[in-house]
Design a protein around this ligand. Structure first.
Ligand code: DHK
Length: 159
């Protein structure tokens, strides 16, 4: 049986507070619930996921640096770093992987400072406004991208 493609699912600052933090905007599901839903979806799609959250920008950048050689794609909810981090944009560019940018809320319908995304400049596509379901849509999207990529680019390392 072929090895499942590995996907990194990243969550940025404050997303550890999901369920308690502004539930009218971000919903009542906790990050643990979201991770469990992602694991179920990944199994369905034949993907292996590495699901992580950090409040530290440097840690997030380090994970992205490693991803270049260890995974086939990245799903990222960069949270507030979406709108502020040029370093995140550069790290994602350097990863040279398919990237799905994800937001629980629809930042375009919110404050003006949320309407610019550094990450969108490098993302293959963006999913926003669908709450927890967005994570499942993002996994479907990355599965398609990885499949399409595999057809044109075979790499020797298993990842
Ligand atoms: C999460 C955050 O923490 C915000 O800073 C972003 C994003 C939106 C979300 O909707 O998942 O602006």
């Amino acid at each position: 049986m072929p090895q499942a493609a590995k996907i990194l699912v990243l969550n940025g600052p404050n997303l550890n507070l999901l369920g308690r933090r502004e539930p009218e905007i971000y919903g009542r599901a906790t990050l643990a619930t979201i991770e469990a839903a992602c694991r179920g979806k990944a199994d369905e799609l034949g993907l292996a996921i590495d699901f992580r959250q950090t409040n530290a920008e440097g840690e997030l950048l380090g994970w992205i640096h490693q991803a270049r050689d260890t995974v086939r794609g990245i799903v990222i909810n960069p949270a507030a770093l979406t709108h502020t981090s040029l370093a995140l944009l550069d790290a994602l560019k350097a990863a040279e992987l398919p990237i799905v940018e994800l937001h629980l809320s629809n930042p375009h319908a919110r404050e003006s400072f949320r309407q610019f995304s550094y990450v969108s400049l490098v993302a293959t596509g963006v999913i926003c406004g669908f709450g927890v379901h967005g994570y499942l849509l993002a996994l479907e999207a990355i599965a398609q991208l990885v499949k399409a990529n595999g057809k044109v680019r075979r790499r020797s390392r298993a990842r």
